[in-house]
Design a binder for this molecule. Structure first.
Ligand code: HEM
Length: 455
């Protein structure tokens, strides 16, 4: 006996829960539905059924790697036209996943991170220079634009020795625009109605193809330039071009190198810039939390001079701000899991072929977080509080063997950038702004601007 999974009470015959579709903000729509229907519910859009899971106990079950595994949901399968079988979009069974995972793992070790630190600091300095101009003239900073410039140049320089020059050019690199549109297209076409897309979508489809071509050409150029130069460096591209898989002795093909570079440019960029954006939103609206973190940075690193690699790990308050930001608005809002064999989830039967979507922003507001989950409170990440909780109620990096490979990279970059900003500026909010969470596979704050003044 297996009880049925809750569904929205009003369901159209044939079309399913079409009225519940929000093509622009599906994640926020699902958060509303979860509040009404609970920690597991099912949406049906024409023939497309999605089981959405956000209850802490149920998520703990689907994170069990013996019984469940990563699933490539529709948006991820659609991303394969961009990134092929790169690390993020590879099926579990594809040999390129293991190969790339083993070859690139060392690119995120402590030693590698130490190597990236100086390049990260150089980009952060460019960011501060651009904020200084805004501070002098009392202007607002466009947070989205500024954080994308930062994360894009960081991954370009640290990963591939390539300078996109985002802070010195008038408009963002064309790659940035192409990537934004491509992700938006994938997001929408995973949630809209296929028939309407066929009827009205021809121009958009052509733009999508052009965007993908531009992205792949940009990356091919980066790889060509490195190969032609004969340079050896300690970065991700060097590992891709010159390391053999320790298990099989095989190397990545040229095609696979392009897929991996694209994967890192997309995965390493959007998520980190969005996280920094949300963090600045919270800091600008919680000046007392910003002030305490600023005091910590001054205590650890003094008022000026570069932040040293070793100091980053000591900035515990800044780190907790990042952790708490990723709780309320996890930039990657969820992941898919599928069963390995017939099993159950709570009281529900899950036969072979079943899969679910884990809705992170709702998991991160589970009653297990206490009475006021909407409140921004970095102290939730004090060590004693973390020890008391199940690790399964906080999963912004995904879970198991397919969890984020770039986690330490993103955390180092985010803590370094926030610490540098806090040390130098007070950050005032735009009094007219209310948070607008934009969705394009990732979540990010739309239209956010803050006003920096030198401390
Ligand atoms: C995978 C989140 C930054 C590279 C993932 C997954 C999540 C995630 C949730 C698992 C996806 C799934 O299960 O389908 C984030 C967040 C970031 C971030 C929130 C920033 C705040 C980065 C950075 C890089 C990166 C900086 C690279 C430099 C990857 C890759 C995978 C991945 C390659 C696929 C790993 C695999 O399947 O083996 N990330 N990520 N991410 N992430 Fe990140």
């Amino acid at each position: 006996h297996s009880p049925t999974i809750p569904t929205p009470s009003f369901r159209l015959p044939l079309l399913g829960d079409l009225l519940s579709i929000d093509v622009a903000k599906p994640v926020q729509r699902e958060m509303q539905m979860a509040r009404r229907l609970g920690g597991i519910f099912e949406r049906k859009i024409i023939a497309h059924r999605v089981i959405v899971v956000s209850g802490a106990d149920l998520v703990a079950e689907v994170n069990d790697e013996e019984k469940w595994a990563k699933f490539l949901g529709l948006p991820l399968r659609k991303l394969r036209v961009i990134a092929g079988d790169g690390l993020f979009t590879a099926f579990n069974s594809e040999p390129n996943w293991g190969r790339a995972h083993r070859i690139l793992g060392p690119g995120f070790s402590q030693t590698s991170m130490r190597g990236y630190h100086e390049s990260m600091c150089a980009v952060v300095d460019e960011l501060l220079t651009s904020w200084d101009h805004a501070a002098e003239s009392g202007e607002y900073v466009d947070v989205g634009r500024s954080m994308t410039a930062l994360t894009f140049d960081v991954i370009g320089r640290c990963g591939f020795g390539y300078d996109f020059g985002s802070f010195t050019r008038d408009a963002p690199d064309p790659f940035v625009g192409a990537m934004g549109r491509a992700l938006e297209y994938v997001n929408r076409s995973s949630n809209d109605i296929p028939l309407l897309r066929t009827l009205f979508g021809r121009a958009r489809r052509a733009q999508h193809d052009a965007d993908i071509a531009l992205m792949r050409e940009t990356v091919a150029r980066i790889v060509d330039e490195r190969e032609a130069s004969g340079d050896r460096r300690s970065d991700l591209l060097d590992l891709m071009l010159h390391t053999a898989d320790p298990d099989t002795g095989e190397r990545l093909t040229r095609e696979s190198v392009v897929d991996q570079v694209l994967t890192f440019l997309v995965a390493g960029n959007e998520t980190t810039s969005a996280t920094l954006g949300f963090a600045l939103h919270f800091l600008s609206s919680h000046p007392e939390i910003a002030a305490a973190a600023r005091a910590e940075v001054l205590d650890v690193a003094g008022p000026d001079g570069p932040l040293a690699y070793e100091q980053i790990g000591k900035l515990r308050k800044v780190r907790r701000i990042v952790d708490e930001t990723l709780r309320l608005w996890p930039a990657a809002p969820g992941y898919f899991r599928k069963v390995r064999a017939d099993t159950t989830l709570g009281e529900h039967a899950m036969p072979v072929g079943s899969w679910v979507f884990v809705l992170l922003p709702q998991l991160h507001r589970d009653p297990a977080w206490g009475p006021d989950p909407e409140r921004f409170d970095p102290d939730r990440f004090l060590p004693a509080a973390v020890r008391e909780r199940s690790p399964h109620i906080y999963k912004p990096w995904g879970t198991g063997i397919r969890a984020c490979i770039g986690r330490q990279f993103a955390l180092h970059e985010a803590v370094l950038a926030l610490a540098s900003i806090l040390r130098r500026y007070e950050i005032a909010p735009d009094p007219d702004y209310t948070l607008d969470v934009h969705e394009a596979i990732t979540l990010k704050p739309r239209g956010l601007r803050v006003r920096p003044t030198r401390v």
